[in-house]
Design a protein around this ligand. Structure first.
Ligand SMILES: [Zn+2]
Length: 239
């Protein structure tokens, strides 16, 4: 049974198109081409992607469910600006999830399988190359991918999907609260984590992962921004 929602005749149902738009907007947010607070105008996005506004609306609704877009009644869609509380929660959730991946990767002290170690080392080389070239956009993308690669190698797709959402939200948090432009992750710290995983030293890998995620959080200025922090009711009630 079809829902009775109206669909413009010119736009046949092509769910993959909406997925593509969703991913393109999500990627632009992840690599910070669209910073927190950016207005996402349906009409303009529809024109840019050559699709109906309904498709764009669907994509924005999906992104809103993932916590990276905020829908405001009568005002439209905006790239989400995470609150300080949400920012801390996202990093706390990442520490729980990513420490949890370590035992699977360390395999009871046997360490990473050689193919997994090779993939991680190849990734570290790409991070180092991006850092050497000063390619900030690549550094941001590769930083996030490192963590998702660990989830992938740990072989738990459910945790991988969950972590993908958390990594995207932490990218927004970094964009909203970085005190100076940083890629978020330090390639050196990633290398130390891989060394511990390769050696099968789970305790060290968990500690290094925990330290790494704390270090990213510590590089941020997690204070409510002045303009957002002003409580209008308090302002007018006091008058
Ligand atoms: Zn990292």
């Amino acid at each position: 049974m079809k829902a009775s929602r109206e669909r413009p005749a010119a736009t046949p149902a092509r769910p993959d198109v909406q997925e593509v738009i969703t991913r393109r907007i999500a990627d632009a947010i992840a690599d910070r081409r669209l910073p927190p607070g950016t207005k996402l105008t349906e009409e303009r996005l529809a024109a840019i992607f050559g699709v109906s506004r309904a498709r764009v609306r669907g994509a924005l609704a999906t992104l809103s469910q993932r916590g990276i877009v905020t829908l405001r009644p009568n005002r439209g869609a905006f790239v989400a600006t995470p609150s300080v509380t949400e920012a801390r929660e996202v990093f706390e959730a990442r520490r729980v999830v990513e420490r949890g991946l370590v035992p699977r990767l360390c395999r009871n002290g046997a360490g990473l399988p050689p193919a997994a170690a090779a993939r991680l080392r190849a990734h570290l080389d790409k991070e180092a190359a991006a850092e050497a070239a000063g390619d900030r956009k690549a550094m941001i993308r590769l930083s996030g991918e490192f963590h998702l690669l660990l989830a992938d190698l740990a072989g738990n797709a459910t945790l991988g999907t969950f972590l993908d959402g958390l990594v995207r939200r932490s990218s927004l948090v970094i964009a909203a609260y970085e005190s100076r432009p940083t890629p978020g992750c330090s390639a050196d710290e990633h290398r130390h984590i891989v060394d511990a995983l390769a050696a099968g030293d789970g305790a060290a890998a968990e500690r290094l992962m925990d330290d790494h995620l704390h270090a990213i959080e510590d590089r941020l200025t997690l204070e409510d921004r002045a303009a957002d922090a002003i409580d209008l009711r308090a302002v007018f009630d006091a008058a």
